[in-house]
Design a binder for this molecule. Structure first.
Ligand code: SF4
Ligand code: SF4
Length: 228
């Protein structure tokens, strides 16, 4: 099974159904909150003359690293469906079946896909169908989450008019903050952020801001290229 990537700041609730757990330990291996452990549990024998048996069960530790960050990996790898994670943006309803291994791209196919990608920021003047946007968003939800908590929001501008409006607003913001790349401000900051950052601002960021503003003033959208 698999889950989409979950990102949010509060802790999630972990529930383990001990009657389903067979103590395989897979959930413990994948939990990077180190919040799960296997503990011995005495089970009464079904046969009265026999002694109680010891079996292992997954349990939530009393003290955890940062608290469950709802990566969902334990829930996805548990072969007995014994774990449920609720909270943040995740619940057991988010579990979905992995595509079959036969549909897996091999190394050459994946490399071909990456190598054929070409980004020249010129766009066909054609509306992007909502189904394609949904597919892109579905793919985006599988991105690695990085160090939690790390909320990520995706904003979709469906149409080049909205993209142009965003670019204009962004340009207005750049103009109001232009003093951040002025000679006096960079000279003031240099002792604090050092030569490397100073050069970055002088040689890259300031020229970029100048290009953005002058092009937009001429009606040429070099911020998001009127993408559809
Ligand atoms: S993966 Fe599931 S069955 Fe295995 S120890 Fe964890 S909760 Fe139990
Ligand atoms: S969801 Fe992630 S962090 Fe939470 S208990 Fe499971 S593996 Fe650990």
């Amino acid at each position: 099974m698999a889950v989409p990537t979950s990102r949010a700041s509060e802790k999630a609730q972990v529930h383990i159904d001990a009657s389903l757990c067979d103590g395989c330990g897979k959930c413990i291996d994948v939990c990077k909150d180190f919040g799960l452990e296997l503990v011995d549990e005495r089970m009464p024998s079904a046969i009265p003359s026999q002694e109680a048996m010891t079996t292992q069960k997954a349990k939530i530790k009393e003290t955890t690293f940062v608290g469950c960050f709802a990566c969902g990996h334990c829930m996805a790898v548990c072969p007995r469906m014994a774990i449920s994670i609720n909270g943040k943006t995740l619940s057991p309803n988010d579990l979905f079946r992995l595509p079959t291994i036969r549909n897996k791209a091999n190394y050459e196919q994946l490399l071909t896909l990456l190598q054929r990608r070409r980004s020249i920021r010129e766009f066909i003047d054609r509306k992007v169908e909502p189904e394609i946007i949904e597919k892109i968003l579905d793919a985006a939800t599988t991105a690695p989450m990085g160090v939690p908590p790390s909320d990520v929001n995706v904003l979709v501008f469906d149409g080049k008019e909205k993209n142009r409006k965003f670019a204009e607003d962004f340009c207005t913001l750049l103009k109001s903050k232009r003093w951040l790349v002025s000679a006096w401000f960079l000279a003031l900051m240099r002792p604090f952020w050092g030569k490397t950052n100073d050069e970055l601002f002088r040689k890259f960021i300031r020229p970029l801001v100048d290009v953005y503003i002058s092009a937009m003033d001429k009606g040429v959208n070099v911020i998001n290229y009127d993408a559809p």
